[in-house]
Write a protein that binds this ligand. Sequence first.
Ligand SMILES: [Zn+2]
Length: 411
Amino acid sequence: MSDGPSVSVNGRTYRYPRRPTVVVCIDGGEPEYFDRAVAVGVAPAIARFRAQGVSRLARCVVPSFTNPNNLSIVTGVPPAVHGICGNYFYDPATGREVMMNDPAFLRCGTLLAALAQAGARSIVITAKDKLRRLLGHGMTGICFSSEKANQVTKDEHGIERVTDLVPLPVPDVYSAELSEYVLAAGLALLEREQPDIMYLSLTDYIQHKHPPGDPVATRFYAMLDRYFGAFDRAGAVLGITADHGMNAKSRADGTPHVVYLRPLLDTLLGPGRARVILPITDPYVVHHGALGSFATIYLDRAADLPAVLARLRATQGIAEVWDNAEGCRRFELAPDRVGHVLVVAERHVVLGKAPEEHDLSLLEEPLRSHGGVTEQTVPFVLNRPLGAAYARRDGELRNFDIFDYALNGVA
Ligand SMILES: [Zn+2]
């Protein structure tokens, strides 16, 4: 480890890593999963961090989706600044609906790129390839996904033959092993490459299917805990958080509890006058059928706004309805990246476009999903205690404070 300069990124200053610093984002890591795993004794590392390090709760970004939160974690700022307000959005400039996976949509730099620029050895590993280019934007170093671990090249990913590193087959994109592979590769690279800073982003496959306390979920958290213990023993400063929580979203009969927005808007305004965007949409529909608890709506006619707000506010299952300006203030979003109306569903409800646009037959279990304010609480864990200055701080934590605490806060 070399000493290097502090770096300033997006209004925050970070100390150069004095020890290898590893941040893990558990996709869909609802805090109760840890509680259940600790309670049955399969998460000794987390139990130890609770006793000797830091274990608190933090709030994630709403919409509580993967891309906005992963980008907040690596930039240290809300989507109002970094611009990634969903996994998917409507681009009024082109009139097209597109995935927000392209770094061209990113409006600021990342901490990882800045540290690499300052001389730090930086590594990013993601489960799903969709996040790789955003997280690795502008960064020199190693950056790849476990989804495409067998397709890495020195030029594109900064590393070759990842598959030699990990004694596991390259996993299926819909599997728990996709996350394990990220951790196994991270641990191997911690030893081989001696990085200064590492960001490991997992997948929410298990959390979408299995509630806290379910044996499959508990086994998954026991696996995570073994790796957390190994990172700790290897001498790393370890920070653990989540991009969002996860809740059951089905009715008593097991069918998804969906409020379909388009039929409602068509009845109110006439057909085709409103465009419903579901920012949960991503290429991995088996997880959630594109059903989450947040939607945004573009209106043809500005004059329709009051009627739409009133109608949605009177709809059962909907928790919050905002116009663009108020919603963007409340959730710290970029006004030009969301529609005229922002809609948040209640805890056990999701928002859909129209029944014919969601293939619910893909769902193998009762729907669990996220996107709303009710999935905003996430774990915030460090394996070491805080120094006096950070220990004294009170006030609420955000998941995107994790690098600040890991680099600046730990004693
Ligand atoms: Zn996620």
